[in-house]
Design a binder for this molecule. Sequence first.
Ligand SMILES: Cc1cc2nc3c(=O)[nH]c(=O)nc-3n(C[C@H](O)[C@H](O)[C@H](O)COP(=O)(O)OP(=O)(O)OC[C@H]3O[C@@H](n4cnc5c(N)ncnc54)[C@H](O)[C@@H]3O)c2cc1C
Length: 389
Amino acid sequence: MTNQYSDALERVINDVVAPRAAAVDAEATFPAEAAAALGQSGILGLMSASEVGGGGLGLAEAAEVIEKLAGTCGSTAMVVLMHYAAASVIEAEGPRDVRREIAGGGHLSTLAFSEAGSRSHFWAPTSTATVTEGGALTDGGAGSVRLDARKSWITAAAAADSYVWSSRPLAAPGPMTLWLVHPDAAGLTVAGGFDGLGLRGNGSVPVTAEGVVVSSDAMLGADGAGLDVAMVTALPTFLVLSAAFSLGLMEAVTAEASAHLSTTRLEHLNQTLVQQLSPRLDLARLRVTTDTVRAFLADTLSALATGRADAMLRVLEVKAVAGEAAARVTDTAMKVCGGAAFRKELGIERRMRDSLAARVMAPTTDALYDFVGRAISGLNLLGDPDVAS
Ligand SMILES: Cc1cc2nc3c(=O)[nH]c(=O)nc-3n(C[C@H](O)[C@H](O)[C@H](O)COP(=O)(O)OP(=O)(O)OC[C@H]3O[C@@H](n4cnc5c(N)ncnc54)[C@H](O)[C@@H]3O)c2cc1C
């Protein structure tokens, strides 16, 4: 990341994100000030092309942003992560004016994939898109389309300026079509708040669409091609950044555990906790696991950057590797820091709760193991595991 971005990020983290992180968690409040400050500082437009006014940077730099934010405030990091994933679709297929808004930092987007009907199987939306009565699509011209859906989780649902929205296709074969939907569209209902175990400020709530009318121009990519678009934009972005998110949590708890063990004393022995063998071994486990995940993430980014043959396999692996490691690392940190970790003062219990989201966020850990198993066995990635032709 250039100095311009890393200095700006550090400023926002120190001035806005860190001072509010504990309250965002305790009160389950959406980190609106952090999102605004990250927009103003250019961080939200970091991955946008320079030709629309963005930073022109890539996944490696976005991963640094997410890692640093996650170590400070998981909720803020998840909001930015979902924004980058949605923005990657808009960069590839969206209108220039929205791309410019995102590049300028004045537009927060998010993914509206998960549905009440197909749950974590985001690749199989049950929601519909139909041509409205009298809205027939003209040859090369725009018509109007009706969207109906029960979206189950949309991060930043009440604060976002757009949703990258999946539905079944209008008419084409294929599992999915993508749309750019504005949250103030008539017929959209954002339902309730979010009272979760972790990421308590991420504002992920259900959204219902009943007869939401959008222009056919709102389609992102071709009808029926939504999954193909997602597979080369949102999915790799989400999986790699999710790994960076888990890494940020691991770095934070490793540093917190190290500081605690080095400064907390057993007075009767005149020793610190880290001078005891068992805590020292646990601390080493935290460091080794965190370093292993960092190396795996770096290898994934390198495979993507150089177009290595195993790049897609690494992408399918990296979120599961990092997400499960983060669950183990935060659990070990909870144990080794004892009662101090059980209370809120070290921030370790918050990181532990935040870390558990990764394994259930789609593609979930088990879905990714299934994909990896299929990929290395020559089977179709999705649907019936017939041998791929
Ligand atoms: C904090 C948070 C924020 C989120 N934000 C968003 C968002 O912005 N946009 C969005 O679209 N979604 C979002 N989600 C939703 C998320 O991506 C998943 O869709 C959701 O967490 C899945 O939960 P579920 O109970 O529906 O899972 P279920 O589908 O009920 O799965 C339950 C368990 O069964 C396993 N399972 C089910 N089917 C399979 C299978 N075929 N192979 C292997 N394992 C399987 C899963 O791995 C999982 O462990 C968010 C979720 C969380 C927790």
